[in-house]
Write a protein that binds this ligand. Structure first.
Ligand code: GAR
Length: 202
């Protein structure tokens, strides 16, 4: 089967959506084998326990350098024979220790139409800016913040009666559609990466 590690730092609603899609057979013969989390108290950790998914929990403050905990993560990924890394609200930059061995095999989801509004609070940034359309982006991960080749995007309109909460809900719904779909494309070998170009075969 195709083996996935999810990295998350917070609520884990995307983690949950992936677990449920996998259980419902919507991700082919995909298995979520590991949660990597830098916040041992985060709600996503309890979700993993409930789902019976192994966890690797760490506290960045306990390490002198990012490379040091990332080396431990790589060992954990190898132990679990991970084919694809799925970042789902993992709020840390990565070094070459992780990026290089998993180039083309690591994706992130971001709640805006990149390259607009990278970084923290993308939904708040878009709301403050007053855009009429925003959305969700899934992209390959490189060393930058929300950079890397785009794999898929879904547009989300702002509606006249929106407040920031209704907008946020609509974006999160789009995430829960798009991310499992993109993961299923990877699992079925339909994503071709050639340098900065990503093609999804039918
Ligand atoms: C998601 O909206 C994700 O797109 C965003 O964090 C949230 C995590 O929610 N990621 C970023 O902003 C990355 N820069 P979740 O923990 O409930 O899945």
């Amino acid at each position: 089967s195709y083996r996935i590690a999810v990295f998350a730092s917070g609520q884990g609603s995307n983690f949950q959506a992936l677990v449920e899609s996998s259980r419902a057979g919507k991700l082919g013969s995909t298995e979520i084998v590991l949660l990597v989390c830098d916040k041992p108290q985060a709600p996503v950790v309890e979700r993993a326990r409930q789902a019976g998914v192994d966890t690797f929990l760490f506290t960045p403050k306990g390490y002198a350098r990012r490379e040091d905990y990332e080396a431990e993560i790589v060992a954990e990924l190898e132990k679990h024979q991970v084919d694809l890394i799925v970042l789902a609200g993992y709020m840390r930059l990565l070094t070459s220790v992780l990026v290089e061995p998993y180039a083309g095999k690591m994706i992130n989801i971001h709640p805006s139409l990149l390259p607009a509004f990278p970084g923290k609070d993308a939904i708040g940034q878009a709301w403050e800016y007053g855009v009429k359309v925003t959305g969700v982006t899934v992209h390959l991960v490189d060393g930058g913040m929300d950079t890397g080749t785009v794999v898929a995007q879904e547009a989300v309109p702002l509606l006249p009666d929106d407040d920031i909460q209704t907008l946020e809900d609509r974006i999160h719904q789009a995430e829960k559609r798009l991310y499992p779909q993109v993961v299923s494309w990877f699992a079925s070998g339909r994503v071709i990466v050639e340098g900065r170009k990503v093609t999804v075969r039918q």
